[in-house]
Structures are given as C-alpha cells and as structure tokens.
Design a protein around this ligand. Structure first.
Ligand SMILES: C[S@@+](CC[C@H](N)C(=O)[O-])C[C@H]1O[C@@H](n2cnc3c(N)ncnc32)[C@H](O)[C@@H]1O
Length: 213
C-alpha cells in the first residue's frame, strides 16, 4: 500500500487492525520459536501493538519499525513510557528500557541500524502488503535479520470477495516467499469470528519459520 494510505489511517484513527490486547495466537504459541531468554525480537510494521509490552513482560527486548510516527507516540504515551528520541539515518529511533521503535519506512532500515535480533514476529505486516510488494518485503526482512527465525501470522480467504488490506496469503504463496530460506511449520489455525469484514469466511494461520540447515 502507499505510505499515505497508512499515514491517513493513523491520522484518522481508522485502526481496526489494532487489537488493544496481546494477540492470543501469539501468546499461546510464541514459546515454540524457542528464542533464548532475554532475546531481541524484531517486529516489522509494529503499529502500537500490545504484543510489544507482552514481549517485554516476558523478558525479551523489542526492536520495531513503524511508518507512522503518530502510532509510535501513541504507543509510548499509552504505555506510560517516555522514550529518548534520536536520529538513525533516515529514521528516528525511540528508546525506552528494552523497547526500541524506529519511525519510518521498513525499506530504509538497514542491518547496521537495526543491529542483531534473535527472531522476527510478523502479525499484520506481510498480509498488510499487496502482492507486488510481498516478495521484496520478505527478502528485506530476511536480509536485515540474517535469516533469524520468524513467528508469522497469515490470513486466508476468498480474495475475490473482499479487497485487502489485510490480504489473503495462501500457503503456496507463503512458501514461494520463504521456502528457499526456511522450514515452514503451521502450528495452529482458527476461523476469524465474523469472517473477513463480514463478507466471507476467513481463517488465520500461525507459522514458525526456522532456518534451513
Ligand atoms: C495492519 S497494521 C498492523 C500493525 C501491528 N502489526 C498490529 O498488529 O497491530 C500495518 C502497519 O504497518 C505500517 N506500515 C505499512 N507500511 C510500512 C512500511 N513500509 N514501513 C513501516 N511500517 C509500515 C502501517 O503504518 C500500519 O501501522
């Protein structure tokens, strides 16, 4: 999607994707990724997700990136945290305790700026992008994180019935993006209550991506 699409969503607070509580799928299954205690988790397209707080409460550090500065400001103010804000190349870095959030475009983030991460958590990031951008997104995240394991949530539904975002990403498509680098293991799925925007059934899938040896 265009940058302006997301910036205007945040400006107008049209953020139906924001759950407001930690994602149940994520909290149930994240331990299966076996991230070392105290590990650093990269959260692309982090919005103001409460999953960041959940990760910190479970001893992890978080590095997120989010296009909307407003989303990041809201994240810190709603969490009662006061970040230190510094420049990081073309991005801004907001830091408080174990949380570092970069404001700006994921495609401007470099491995040098991000620094080492132990795992990636992708909820509503890959599926937020149209098909034309997903391969580039997947490649960029793999490069940035040196192929760190990923916990990734996808959706599947009849794309001809509803236009995204969020977009349907069927298994074969997911494998086309990640299969050359990772083993993909589907560890759970569930129907989305009310389907996709009430227009067709939809199902959510949780995937563990572990590096091919
Ligand atoms: C569907 S929301 C998901 C937010 C969050 N992951 C969650 O679960 O609530 C997608 C987010 O990606 C952000 N975004 C879109 N394109 C981006 C880009 N190129 N770089 C960084 N963030 C981006 C949007 O501003 C939006 O907040």
């Amino acid at each position: 999607m265009e940058r302006d699409f997301w910036l205007s969503r945040w400006k107008n607070q049209q953020i139906g994707f924001h759950e407001g509580v930690p994602n149940i799928f994520f909290t149930e299954h994240f331990s299966k990724l076996s991230v070392p205690p105290g590990g650093r988790i990269f959260v692309p397209f982090c919005g103001k997700s409460q999953d960041i707080i959940w990760l910190c409460n479970h001893g992890f550090s978080v590095a997120g990136i989010e296009l909307s500065r407003l989303a990041i400001e809201q994240f810190f103010s709603e969490s009662g945290l006061v970040p230190e804000i510094t420049a990081a190349g073309p991005l801004e870095r907001f830091e408080a305790g174990r949380i570092t959030l970069f404001a700006g475009d994921l495609f401007d983030l470099t491995a040098d700026i991000l620094q080492h991460v132990d795992a990636v958590y992708d909820r509503a990031a890959l599926v937020a992008l149209p098909g034309s951008m997903r391969q580039d997104y997947a490649r960029h995240v793999i490069t940035l994180t040196a192929g760190a394991p990923e916990f990734l949530i996808t959706l599947d539904y009849d794309q001809s019935a509803v236009t995204g975002p969020p977009f349907a990403v069927p298994e074969a498509e997911l494998r086309s993006y990640y299969g050359a680098s990772f083993n993909l293991d589907c560890i759970g799925s569930r129907d989305i209550p009310g389907g996709m925007k009430g227009r067709c059934p939809a199902r959510e899938y949780a995937w563990l991506l572990s590096r091919l040896r």
